[in-house]
Design a protein around this ligand. Structure first.
Ligand SMILES: [Zn+2]
Length: 149
């Protein structure tokens, strides 16, 4: 067990799913903003990005240097950290592809949502090992918002 845990509030998980439905049958992608205190990582905001891979938008998620700059700037403005990236897998499982692994960096959290026939299915999160050989799974905890009466 890797022991990684990522807290994703349910309304932000729903936002990732909605983005995946919106761009289906193409991939959606975005930055994950939040905090990482003593290894306790929490998602507190999202930044939707355009998938610029026009050649194969169904299965090619790639973050550009411009995306990193924009995401870091946005995180700083909100007094948060850039803690990872999310994208969707249209009509595929929520496991990272070989392409994903080759284009990922260690430390970040990578959330993947599977979108089957336009409907969001499972969501998973991953961290690339330091030697970049493989991913470790990260457990997603989705505390529900306390109801407002
Ligand atoms: Zn992928």
């Amino acid at each position: 067990m890797s022991g990684y845990v990522l807290k994703v509030p349910s309304q932000l998980a729903a936002k990732i799913q909605a983005h995946g439905m919106e761009t289906y049958p193409h991939e959606c992608c975005g930055a994950i903003l939040g905090r990482d205190v003593d290894g306790r990582r929490e998602v507190l905001g999202l930044l939707a990005l355009a998938n610029r891979r026009d050649d194969s938008p169904r299965n090619r998620f790639e973050v550009t240097p411009g995306d990193v700059q924009l995401a870091e700037k946005t995180a700083a403005e909100k007094k948060l950290e850039l803690i990872g990236w999310y994208h969707s897998h249209p009509d595929a499982s929520a496991r990272p592809s070989e392409f994903d692994r080759e284009h990922a960096w260690p430390w970040y959290s990578y959330i993947i949502v599977s979108v089957q026939s336009g409907m969001p299915r499972e969501m998973s999160s991953w961290r690339l090992q330091d030697d970049r050989a493989a991913y470790d799974p990260e457990v997603i905890e989705s505390p529900a918002q306390s109801p407002r009466i």
